[in-house]
Design a protein around this ligand. Structure first.
Ligand SMILES: Nc1ncnc2c1ncn2[C@@H]1O[C@H](COP(=O)(O)OP(=O)(O)OP(=O)(O)O)[C@@H](O)[C@H]1O
Ligand code: NI
Length: 308
């Protein structure tokens, strides 16, 4: 089956000026490859600051002006450029942003959700999505500040789906959200996938991802180190391929609850070789020479020369 969305060797860097004139380039996403099929939920799991939101913004073409992008993003096998993407954005490809600050504080929620479709007088569709995401009819007249956190999330999801999106990139909010709200939001993504939507679920919460994802992509310091079918996350993690994924799995409270020593390298001080090498138990001299190429191992994808 042909993937609906393909990310091929994507890199994103920022050029910043330091102390006046020295130009500094920071690579925040590098050589990232990932694809999503119709009806599939792929979770992208990674710690804070690893570049997950930037990946979402790169797919939607809404990165800040000082970002430099290389590589390709394809939709239905066709490489996207700015014109094509601006025609698809908010329609066939939609973002559920990480923060409710993406809502316009001065606009009533009903009008706001309708503003992402061509016919903004189409109240019927808006009411249909509101019903679907359990938003009471009076909510359409409310301003964002009058909404609870859970309601605001549902308004964001409504905005994403009203145009009939085929690909949804959901950048899930980091802690602080009520567990029931999180669960509810996740089940709505699963439902959309069952109807044929391709969902990329961005989260730092591996456990939540396990409940709804078909495959899990593990993000580390700006790239994906492993993509594994969800069933590989079981037992002691023997089916997993990358030492970081195994360590992440073991660190969960229901497993050994053992944190991984060390910390993720910062984007301006990345190691030359494998990004996990400084923290890896399996590291050999060869690991520090260059970033390992992507290989396919037992039906999953991994970037580690030791993976078998
Ligand atoms: N406009 C920018 N200019 C320079 N660096 C940036 C810019 N935007 C983000 N970054 C850097 O890129 C890195 C990745 O940020 P990003 O927001 O994608 O992380 P994240 O994985 O989504 O984190 P979280 O889980 O906290 O949401 C961070 O180190 C951040 O400082
Ligand atoms: Ni983020």
């Amino acid at each position: 089956m042909e993937p609906l969305l393909e990310i091929d060797n994507l890199s994103v860097s920022f050029t910043q000026y330091e102390k006046g004139f020295t130009k500094k380039e920071t690579k925040v996403i590098h050589s990232l490859t990932l694809s999503i099929q119709k009806g599939e939920v792929v979770a992208v799991v990674g710690s804070s600051g690893s570049g997950k939101s930037l990946l979402a913004h790169a797919i939607l073409g809404i990165l800040p002006a000082n970002a430099m992008v290389t590589g390709a993003i394809k939709y239905r096998g066709e490489k996207l450029n700015e014109t094509k993407l601006s025609n698809l954005r908010g329609k066939e490809i939609a973002l559920v942003p990480q923060s409710v600050n993406f809502l316009n504080p001065l606009m009533k929620t009903g009008a706001q959700v309708r503003s992402s479709v061509k016919d903004q007088t189409n109240i019927k569709d808006q009411r249909r999505v509101f019903r679907r995401f359990k938003l009471a009819p009076h909510v359409e007249q409310a301003y964002p500040f009058e909404l609870s956190g859970g309601m605001a999330r549902r308004v964001l999801v409504s905005t994403a789906v009203i145009g009939g999106a085929k690909v949804i990139v959901a950048d899930e909010p980091t802690p602080g959200l009520d567990q029931a709200v999180v669960k509810e939001a996740l089940s709505s993504f699963k439902e959309l996938a069952l109807e044929g939507t391709a969902v990329m679920l961005i989260t730092h919460d591996i456990e939540a991802a396990l409940h709804i994802a078909d495959r899990i992509a593990v993000f580390y310091a700006g790239t994906i180190v492993e993509v594994a079918p969800v069933q590989d996350f079981s037992g002691k993690g023997a089916a997993l391929r990358h030492p970081y994924t195994k360590a992440l799995w073991r660190a969960l409270p229901q497993n050994e609850f053992k944190p991984i020593p060390g910390s993720q390298p910062l984007s301006h001080a990345l190691p030359k070789g494998c990004l996990f090498e400084p923290r890896c138990e399996l590291a050999t001299e060869q690991c520090s020479l260059q970033i390992p190429a992507v290989k396919t191992v037992r039906g999953g994808m991994v970037r580690c020369i030791h993976a078998t």
